[in-house]
Every structure is written in C-alpha cells, then in structure tokens.
Write a protein that binds this ligand. Structure first.
Ligand SMILES: C[S@@+](CC[C@H](N)C(=O)[O-])C[C@H]1O[C@@H](n2cnc3c(N)ncnc32)[C@H](O)[C@@H]1O
Length: 281
C-alpha cells in the first residue's frame, strides 16, 4: 500500500531524510512536552511509524492506540520506537472511525499526527479534485473541533507547501526578499512533483530554519508565512504553493506554533501544531 500520504515511499523518505528533518522533529517533541499531555491513554491518528515523534514522550503513556491505513506502520513503528510499549493498532480511516474511537476511549487524549493536511491531496489522488470535494474536506476539517468538544486533542498538520530556492542576489541590492511569482493557488490547481533527494545543504539549513518558527495565539495568514521564509535569507519560496485546507482546524485563539519543515532540498512545508484543552470549546 502506498499513497501520496503514506506507505513505503513515505517510510523510505522519512528514514533517508531523518538528519534533514531532525531540527523540525526536535521542535515537535518540545511542543508536545511543553503543551501536550504526558500520561494516560493516547490515541494516535495517522501516526505511521512515528517518524516525527519522540520515544521519550510516548513512553509516558500507559496505553497507546494507533490508527492508520498503512499496513507497514505497526512493524516500522516497533523498529523506530523499540522502547515504547506496543500500541494497539487499528487499520482504518481515522476520520470515518472518529466517533467510534471517541466512544471506545472516553478518557483518551487524541493526536492527529500529520494527517489532516493531506486529506485534500488524497482526494485529488483518488480523482476527487473538483471544487465541491475540496470545499467538503475543508468544511469537515473545520468541524473537527465541534466533534471533539469536551476532549483534549492535538494536531500537527501541513498549512502550505511549495518549492524553495537559494536567494538570487540582484545586482545593486544587498539582499533579495522576493515573494512567490504567483499567488497561493488552491490545492485543486496543481500537484507539483515532489523533488526527490536531499543534499547536505538541507541538513545545515534545517538547523538555521528552525529559528524561523512562529509561536502565537492566533492564526498566521499564508502570505505572512511565505514572507517569513524569505526573511530568513536562507531560501526563498517561488512558483506554486499548495494550500492544505487546514486553516480552520484550530479554534481561532489557540496557542500554536508554526514550524518550517525542509521536506526536501527544494520543497518545504509550513506545519502548524497545537493542543486544544478539554474545555476550550
Ligand atoms: C505524512 S504521514 C505522517 C506520519 C507520521 N506523522 C510520522 O511521523 O511518520 C501521514 C500518515 O497518515 C495516514 N493517513 C492519512 N489519512 C488517513 C486517514 N484518513 N485515516 C488513517 N490514516 C491516515 C497515512 O497512511 C500516513 O501513514
């Protein structure tokens, strides 16, 4: 099984690029430790092999229930987190199964682990790329908070993603702060080919781009996220950027962090991470 969201290609990339993703993973781990739960039951939704999760944090939970469509996930999770007690695995569509999971685990914390921002991509891959389908997905993601009312839940998800390049100095200018040539395009417009392979450049860049993270109590608009990349001076966004339809997932005033994820040398993501307290809605 492989899809644009998970499967063998994802596992191979995550394994190969773990050095380049290390700074982003460290920031994710730090956020979970500072703002997330640390014991009890954790339901992990779309966690794959937990490539971007930290074993030390997972070890605090006395029970983990993991839900993913990927049949490889349980085996690779065990290899990736050998000292974490084996989760109970459920192979299912986590969004379709959500209400049942909430009933089955009434005291559990829930974490959507980098799956919500891919629902639009999955739909496009499955041939459902019309505007109505995208609107339904965005609406469904925006309704999650209501479905989860009374529960403590968190999510890490893509906000926007797209191509980056090293800044091209312009004659007579000390530094260029270029914005993308085109405005943000909706997810239906184009699915860019993800550029294969990383280079040593990404690894060192990833450390420096960690400093570009934004901690805030409100949503940051997409143009601001893009200009933040350019401000870093390391790379600049260009071309078509994808909107991952995730803008309405969190309640407006939630404390959250935006993290840069150097997915490959030439294709980066802005991720959003947050935890919603049980009484926030
Ligand atoms: C980009 S991967 C991220 C995995 C994980 N965060 C990690 O660090 O390895 C997304 C995962 O979500 C899973 N996924 C996507 N949509 C899903 C759904 N509706 N139900 C269950 N799993 C889903 C995919 O199978 C994939 O394993």
């Amino acid at each position: 099984m492989t899809s644009i969201s998970g499967g063998l290609v994802w596992h191979w990339r995550a394994f190969q690029r773990r050095a380049q993703w290390e700074a982003t993973c460290r920031q994710i781990a730090g956020f979970h430790r500072r703002h997330g739960p640390c014991s009890g039951t954790l339901v992990l939704l779309g966690c794959s092999a937990g490539w971007m999760l930290e074993s030390a944090w997972l070890k605090g939970f006395h029970r983990i229930v993991a839900v993913d469509l990927d049949p490889w996930a349980p085996h690779l999770f065990a290899l990736r987190h050998p000292r974490v007690a084996r989760p109970l695995w459920i192979r299912a569509n986590a969004l379709a199964r959500l209400d049942q999971l909430l009933g089955d685990y009434p005291d559990a914390f829930l974490l959507f682990d980098n799956m919500l921002g891919q629902q639009g991509l999955i739909a496009v891959e499955q041939g459902r790329s019309e505007a109505g389908s995208m609107q339904r997905i965005e609406h469904e993601l925006g309704e999650l908070g209501r479905r989860l009312a009374g529960r403590c839940w968190g999510s890490l998800h893509d906000c926007i993603s797209g191509p980056v390049r090293r800044p091209q100095p312009m004659p007579g200018c000390r530094s260029e702060r270029a914005l993308p040539a085109k405005p943000l395009l909706p997810i239906t417009s184009a699915l860019p080919a993800l550029t294969a392979a990383s280079t040593a450049t990404v690894s060192s860049l990833s450390e420096r781009c960690a400093a570009a993270a934004i901690e805030t109590c409100h949503r940051v608009e997409h143009p601001r996220l893009l200009s933040r990349i350019a401000e870093s001076g390391e790379v600049e966004p260009h071309g078509e950027w994808l909107d991952h339809l995730s803008a309405a997932i969190f309640p407006p005033a939630l404390a959250r962090q935006y993290l840069l994820w150097p997915f490959s040398a030439t294709y980066w993501h802005w991720l959003e991470i947050g935890w919603v307290a049980a009484k926030a809605r």
